[in-house]
Ligand binder design. Structure first.
Ligand code: SF4
Length: 367
């Protein structure tokens, strides 16, 4: 695969505070040398020279946590590569996505916002360590709309200890009232290095988590949202093109602390050591995509999509027929109602989507 990537991810790892559940690559912004970080980001970007990309996604961390001057500089650095971009997404948090910053984004050509809402229940927001309220979230969304942002995504975290199905239902009603085009949902995952993990919080039961997922799926579908990835929903035409790059196993540039990328059959992850990054030692880990792992990467990504993949796409990418490679495994998964093969496509059933980890293990365990 020697063609140039069409997508660029830029990571801004800094946050004003650390949320209790968060396991993303993030660093407290206090006392960090932001100017030096942006110098290095620029240096790394210029090394790749990602001209001609069609999507840019600036994520974090919290890009909007940068002070105004640095925020402006970030988008001026990226502007060298944004002329062919059709989808330009930026993540922002309610407490720091100010009008000034939104105007900078407009000016830079940003046309998609992902606002870190997480919940529209003030008790829940407090319990997960967010610093904003439901009212402030709605205010920022309305401000963004009033400034002309029509493509806005928000996220919904569910499965919190003490959260009932009734709470979730009420919350989802509020999400629907906002009438946005894109909702990303996350089941709370308690990982050991988070505040929740350290406090050894007990997760909700699998049964309740499943009930919540089923409710979210049925409700969002009823209101015109398609689930286009296991837990991501969009109104038709508002699927995130940038994220589809990942889920189609296509190449992308990734720059910034802890960012990952996929270029010329190499998958890389940048260093998680900020000092190393600031010293210009960007890459942390490199994995070559080889004939022996190409099918694994293909399935890990494409099966997450509601649309699955076509048999031709698999053959062109992996070099073998899916039906030859996974005849026995696919048959067993089909018999269990987890996987379908229809009209030249392979895709998961609703049950298969929920049990995607099991499906993937069954498919790739013998590779
Ligand atoms: S959830 Fe977002 S804002 Fe909170 S610590 Fe993680 S990256 Fe930062």
């Amino acid at each position: 695969m020697k063609s140039k990537p069409k997508a660029l991810y830029i990571h801004v790892p800094f946050c004003e505070h650390l949320c209790y559940y968060c396991d993303y690559p993030r660093i407290l912004i206090t006392k960090q040398n932001i100017d030096l970080y942006l110098d290095k980001l620029e240096e790394e970007l210029n090394l790749y020279n990602p001209e001609g990309v069609e999507t840019i996604y600036v994520g974090g961390g919290t890009p909007s946590a940068l002070p105004l001057v640095a925020f402006k500089r970030l988008f001026s650095i990226a502007s060298k590569y944004s002329s062919d971009v059709s989808e330009y997404s930026v993540e922002g948090n309610v407490e720091n996505l100010s009008k000034e910053k939104l105007l900078i984004l407009k000016e830079a050509g940003v046309n998609r916002l992902s606002i870190g809402v997480q919940s529209l229940n003030n008790q829940t927001l407090k319990a997960i360590g967010r610093r904003h309220t439901k009212e402030e979230a709605i205010e920022v969304i309305n401000l963004a709309k009033s400034l002309g942002f029509s493509n806005i995504s928000i996220d919904l975290i569910y499965g919190l200890p003490n959260q009932s199905l009734e709470n979730l239902k009420a919350e989802l009603d509020l999400y629907l009232k906002l009438n946005l085009n894109h909702i990303a949902t996350y089941a709370l995952d308690i990982s050991p290095h988070t505040v929740f993990g350290i406090k050894k919080l007990t997760p909700i039961s699998d049964e309740l988590s499943r009930e919540m997922y089923d409710y979210i799926l049925a409700t969002l579908r009823k209101h015109g949202y398609n689930r286009y990835e296991t837990s991501t929903f969009a109104k038709p035409g508002y699927e995130c093109k940038h994220n589809l790059t990942y889920w189609r196993n296509e190449q992308y540039y990734g720059v910034g602390y802890a960012a990952s990328g996929y270029i010329n059959n190499i998958r890389y992850v940048n260093t998680y050591n900020l000092t190393a990054y600031l010293n210009g030692k960007f890459i942390g880990e490199i994995n070559k995509v080889t004939p022996s792992n190409i099918a694994e990467y293909f399935l890990l990504t494409n099966l997450r999509r509601e649309a699955g993949f076509s048999l031709d796409h698999f053959k062109n990418h992996v070099g073998v027929n899916f039906k030859d490679m996974f005849k026995k495994e696919a048959k067993a998964l089909e018999e269990n109602g987890l996987l379908h093969q229809e009209n030249n496509r392979v895709f998961l059933s609703d049950e298969g989507m929920i049990r995607i980890d099991y499906v993937l293990i069954e498919l790739i365990k013998n590779l």
